[in-house]
Design a protein around this ligand. Sequence first.
Ligand code: SAH
Ligand code: SF4
Length: 395
Amino acid sequence: MSASAPITQDVLTIPRKLPDGPTNIVGLTRDQLRAALIAAGTPEKQAKMRVNQIWQWVYHWGARSFDEMTNLAKGYRAQLAEQFVIEVPEVVSRHVSADGTRKYLVRIAGGHEVEVVYIPETDRGTLCISSQVGCTLTCSFCHTGTQKLVRNLTAGEIVGQVMVARDDLGEWPEPGEGTGENGPRLLSNIVLMGMGEPLYNFDNVRDAMKIAMDPEGISLSRRRITLSTSGVVPEIARTAEEIGCMLAISFHATEDQTRDKLVPINKRWPIADLLDALRAYPKLSNSERITFEYVMLKDVNDTDEDARRLVKLIKGIPAKINLIPFNEWPGAPYERSDWDRIEKFADIIYKAGYASPIRTPRGEDIMAACGQLKSATERARKSRAQIAAEAGLSE
Ligand code: SAH
Ligand code: SF4
C-alpha cells in the first residue's frame, strides 16, 4: 500500500432516528432491532421471538404496517406503531424499456434521488442498486464521477431499493399461497453497480446485504449478490469476511499509467496492491470467481497488447472478465471501442481460458446503462454548460 494520506470520507449518513421521531425498522440489523424493541418496552425475554416475528412480516411477507402482523397482540401492535415505522424509499418515476429493463427513480430523506435498475434475463433478474448519492471518486469515464458526493445511503435505503423493486414486480408471497421459495425468482440477483463506491459506505452496505441474505426474509444467496468496487484495497478482505458476497473489480486498464487516469484511486492503491488483495479474496469468502470489469475505450485500453497483459496479470486468480462497451454521455472525453475491436479483445481472453462475456447495454432507450445512472435525470434538468463545467470540460 502506498504511504500517501488516507482518503477521508467526510460524509454524513442521515441519522436513522430523527429527534423524537419514530425509528424505521427497515435497515436495522437483528441485533439493532432487538435493542430497539427492548428500549421501546418489549420485555427482554420476549425480544428474540418478537424480532423473528417482525422480521418475517417485513422481509418475508413484505408487510408495511403493524396492523398486518396478526400473530402479535393488538395492544402490542399499537405500541409498535407509535414508536416505529416501516419505510422504504418513495418511487418518483418508473420507466420500462423496450427490452424489459425497468428503471426507478426513488427519493430518499433530504429529497435526494437515486436510480435503481431491474434487468430481466432468461435465467435471472438482476437489480442494480446504488450505495451513495454521487461519488467521491472521479473516474474519468463515469458520469457519476462528475457529480459530487452528496451522502452515503443508510442500510434501510439500500435494502429499501430491493424492497421497492419487489413491490413493483409483485414478488412478495401471499399469505396462505406458499412462499415461492423454490420457484424461479423475478428478482434473483443484486449487483452493487449503481451510483457510488460501496466500499466507502462499508457498514451500511454490509448491514443491508446481510438483511437481503437473511434466510427468514428476502433470502438471496450470497452468491447472487455482487459488489463492484473501483479498488478500495483495505476493505477487500473485510468484504470477504463480513459480507462474503461475490466481488467485481473495475479494472479497466493493465498499466498503472493508464489506470491512474481512468480510475484515479489507482494512485493510492496501484495494480500490484490490488492484485495482492484479490488473490486472497476467493479463499477468504469461499466464493468461486472474481469478475474483472473492463470498460472498452477506443484507443485508450483496447489493444491486443492490453488483452494479453490483462491475462498475464490475473494469472492464478479464479476470474471472469466482463467487457463493458463504453456508454457515452454528453461531454464524455472517450468513445466506445469499435465492435470488431471488442470482439478481438474478447477472443484473446477467451483463448487464454477465461470467460469473457461482452455486456450487452440494456435499457439504452431509457438511459439505464452503467455509468449513466442519475446523471440522465440530472442531465434533463441541467443545461449543457452546467454539465460541461462539472465535468471540467469547456464546451
Ligand atoms: N463504484 C463502483 C460501482 C459502481 S460503477 C465501481 O466503480 O466499481 C459500476 C460499473 O460501471 C463499474 O465497473 C464502472 O467502472 C462502470 N462504468 C461507469 N461508467 C461507465 C460508462 N460510462 N460506461 C460503461 N461502464 C461504466
Ligand atoms: Fe465512483 Fe464507480 Fe463511477 Fe468511479 S466508476 S466515479 S468509483 S461510481
